[in-house]
Design a protein around this ligand. Structure first.
Ligand SMILES: [Zn+2]
Length: 402
């Protein structure tokens, strides 16, 4: 690590350069917002990001097999990945939006538009973090990868998993640029879906006594699942896990005794729970009542045409408070803003479900976006914070210690 005075001087230079690049960064964000990029349809937004990664002078720019946009700076030992996703959730009712979702507008120092706060503001920050490193001709013993990720809204972590496991790019550290209002995040709750099924025997509804009604068989199962809510694992940071029966299905034959019934259980996980532990817990409750439980597959199709279907399981994670990456993030923030950013956890799920939750890669979050605007018609990101986040991302690799 360099001397503290050197680093403070570096922070000053990075901020100055960030100001100078602000118009280009703002334009890039506006261009991204204007491109519709629902999950699985990110192609044009990926193209636009690749173009920007080339323009800022990345040493290597490519699209990986899952269709993520990637730029690389440097060839050093430590591989640091910055991840922000390009896909947005869908607009339910454009009439509720004060500005048209795909027509970016600047108002009161913030840029409004679909995905501004989730997560295109993050993409514009990490790309311009890399741009600053290039503009100032900085280098160190690191390889910086900047990723405009796909598929996050529907299947967080699946595209990142493909980069690591299919394309063989394994970072040593991951920084996520989801909404944090320039503070740090060291974890999140997880989630998974479990399907619980009972079978009965079909019969004509005029003679129900000849059949076995799967709906009636499911009733005690639902009650038993509801009864376990107080016994789920508890985390000191996140509180208790949660479980709700969220969907019920059966054959669409109103004039027959139903031969099967299936419910979906939405489960919110605390760090440490695994797919196996969740399934074992649910099976212990439902199997004595004649039901089976399984983890369904989530269907996932990339914009490049690759199928990435996988278990509907997104584990929670929590980086240890004493992990050096947290101190690095705080020191980089302090060099820029005079005091270390506070450290919290996310209430929502991110790509960290894979990198931290499954691949055990130390992961931290910081982004310019504010959680209160995520998935709302007030979707926006403060342009000053956008610029500050880019400075943070340019600086962080020089604060990462062994
Ligand atoms: Zn997001």
């Amino acid at each position: 690590m360099k001397m503290k005075t050197d680093l403070n001087d570096l922070a000053r230079r990075v901020r100055e350069a960030a100001r100078a690049l602000a118009p280009k960064q703002t334009q890039f964000l506006a261009d991204l917002i204007a491109i519709r990029s629902y999950t699985g349809e990110e192609g044009p937004a990926v193209e636009r990001t690749l173009r920007e990664l080339r323009a800022i002078g990345c040493d290597k720019v490519w699209q990986d097999s899952a269709g993520n946009a990637l730029g690389q700076i440097g060839h050093g030992q430590r591989v640091i990945l910055y991840d922000a996703h390009l896909d947005t959730n869908q607009v339910a009712d454009a009439g509720e939006w004060p500005h048209r979702p795909l027509e970016p507008v600047i108002e009161n120092g913030a840029m409004w538009g679909l995905g501004a706060s989730d997560c295109k503001g993050g993409v514009a920050s990490i790309v311009y973090g890399a741009a600053l490193i290039k503009a100032l001709n900085l280098s160190g013993d690191f390889t910086l990868l900047v990723m405009g990720a796909t598929l996050e809204e529907d299947a967080e972590g699946f595209a990142l998993r493909s980069l690591v496991e299919r394309d063989g790019v394994r970072p040593d550290l991951v920084m996520l640029a989801e909404a944090t209002d320039l503070t740090l995040r060291r974890g999140q709750k997880g989630r998974c879906e479990v399907r619980v099924r009972v079978t009965g025997r079909a019969a004509h509804a005029s003679q129900p006594e000849l059949g076995e009604n799967a709906i009636l068989k499911m009733m005690p199962v639902v009650a038993a699942l509801e009864g376990t809510n107080q016994t789920l694992p508890v985390s000191a940071v996140f509180g208790p896990g949660k479980q709700v029966v969220s969907l019920i299905e059966g054959p669409h034959t109103p004039n027959s005794v139903p031969s099967w019934c299936e419910v979906t259980v939405d489960r919110r996980l605390v760090p440490g729970e695994t797919a196996e532990s969740v399934l074992a817990g649910i099976r212990a409750v439902v199997e004595p009542l004649g039901a089976t439980a399984r983890l369904p597959d989530q269907p996932v199709l990339t914009h490049t045409g690759l199928r990435l279907d996988g278990p509907c399981y997104f584990p929670g994670w929590l980086l240890d408070e004493a992990h050096p990456l947290i101190a690095s993030g705080q020191a980089a923030g302090a060099a820029l803003w005079g005091r270390p950013p506070k450290v919290d956890v996310w209430r929502f799920s991110t790509d960290g479900a894979y990198c931290a939750g499954m691949a055990n890669i130390p992961t931290l979050g910081l982004g310019p976006e504010e959680e209160k605007y995520v998935h709302t018609p007030e979707d926006q990101v403060d342009l000053n914070k956008l610029n500050e986040a880019a400075a943070f991302y340019a600086l962080l690799p020089f604060f990462v210690n062994d």
